[in-house]
Unconditional design. Sequence first.
Length: 329
Amino acid sequence: MSISHEASSGAGSEQSHSGSSTGPNIRLSTRIKKTLKNKLTALVPAWEGRVQDVTASGEVLSGPCAVAAFAEEVPKSTWAGYRRIIKISPYARQEDGGAEQIETWSAVLIAGLHQVRLEDEAGGAFTCIFLGSTDSERMDTESGLVTRSLRFGVYIPEPQRASTSENAAVTSDPWLAALQRWTVNELSADYSVYTDRWPGGYTMPSILWRLTGCSTAAAGTAAMEVRKQCVGHVLTDHTGLTEQTISHLVKQLALQSRIAVTSLSSEGDGADSGDESSMRYMTVDEAAADLQADAYLNGQIRLMLTQRMRRPVTSAPLMREIHHTKGIQ
């Protein structure tokens, strides 16, 4: 079982992004497209490796093939990384089935790429998510081939930089860290468990826990209740395994409603960390799952975690003098 925090990454320096905030550099884009072309060639052997970039002016496509082209760049997501839109357009001959053949190939591409983790030649991981098709089937006038375009989002997690003296003290939320430790104990060693965001070199099968909200409420005059909403992403290479893992986690969270967060001794009060009374716990108030949700981008598990805390006692200054007068005026 591997554990990865926000400050760690297995991606290495080769998967670095450009200095701008708009997206990955040219070399990374080239590696991504090359990896996608190899994947497309494997998915549809009938193309015989004919997966190419946008044709030059006057160039005519021949035979069954596909064209892969980068489209717009989308602002990055905090936990998912950068996203590039790529259009994949299969081309079929009329005598090979035309529109029906395009439908068949489209189904193969969606099944083979949607929510699938791919790895480029430098070891960088990225995920493809099917976004639909905006084009209808059409005839390419120059080649006579039938085609339509499928849109995929290519998500590229950002590699996390090593901690510096300025940010070395920044760590993952203790509640997330506790949830991560709990998950490690619940699943087999095959799973990687991450917090905050997908790292550049993420592996499968894997779990990602991240915070989406926080609130407080009074619980009497001497206590307060802290609430945190969390989302869990379960990513595997098999639908059945994904659903099984989600169901197992939600069930166990309901059965083991208290999860140890930290010992009071870690806060410097001198308590024995091995003493049960010195532990602080968070309570699982609600655990729900949506098996149809996007595993990589949206996450399937929703948690509501709570913890009661004592309000700090504020010390008031002592009275120095008392002034009084006799009688009532």
